[in-house]
Structure formats: C-alpha cells, structure tokens
Design a protein. Structure first.
Length: 89
C-alpha cells in the first residue's frame, strides 16, 4: 500500500480517555478540548484544516456527491488492488 493511500487520523482526531461504561460522559473530551484552547488555540483550527483535506476520503457519496474520485469507496478499491498486486508478487 502506498503512503498516499493512508489517512493520518492522528493529525486531526483528538484522542482522550473515555468511559466505556458510560457512553454519555464526554467530560474528558471537553477537558481535552479546553486544554487545547488554552495551551494552543491554533491547534484546533490546524486540525480542522487537515480534516477538510481528508473529508472526501472519509465519505461514501450517496447523492449528488456520489462517484467523486478518491472517496472512501475508491480508497477501498485501491487498497484491494494493492493487496491483489502484493499477492501476485
């Protein structure tokens, strides 16, 4: 698989500790976001811009946006093709 086919989720996703027993408790996420705003307010905007670059690759077009190149479906197809090429050696 080529590096350009990979999505760097860590570049835009915010990871935090969760409470799997309580899926409605977002306290740790809010704490993380507040800390980001206080410590590096530009980081949230930077992550938004990176996500904007990747958004087509994360969506499956169902309406007017169907058949847009490099959406999630075409990425899956590229991955399968590279796996097939790899198996052929």
């Amino acid at each position: 698989m080529k590096d350009e086919d990979l999505i760097d989720y860590e570049s835009f996703a915010v990871e935090t500790v969760g409470d799997i027993g309580n899926k409605t408790n977002f306290g740790s996420m809010f704490d993380m976001m507040e800390a980001m705003i206080e410590e590096n307010p530009n980081e949230i905007r930077e992550r938004q811009l990176i996500l904007k670059e990747q958004v087509v690759s994360l969506t499956y077009g169902l309406g007017e946006d169907a058949h847009r190149y490099d959406d999630a479906f075409s990425r899956v197809m590229k991955i399968l093709e590279s796996m097939n090429d790899y198996d052929r050696g």
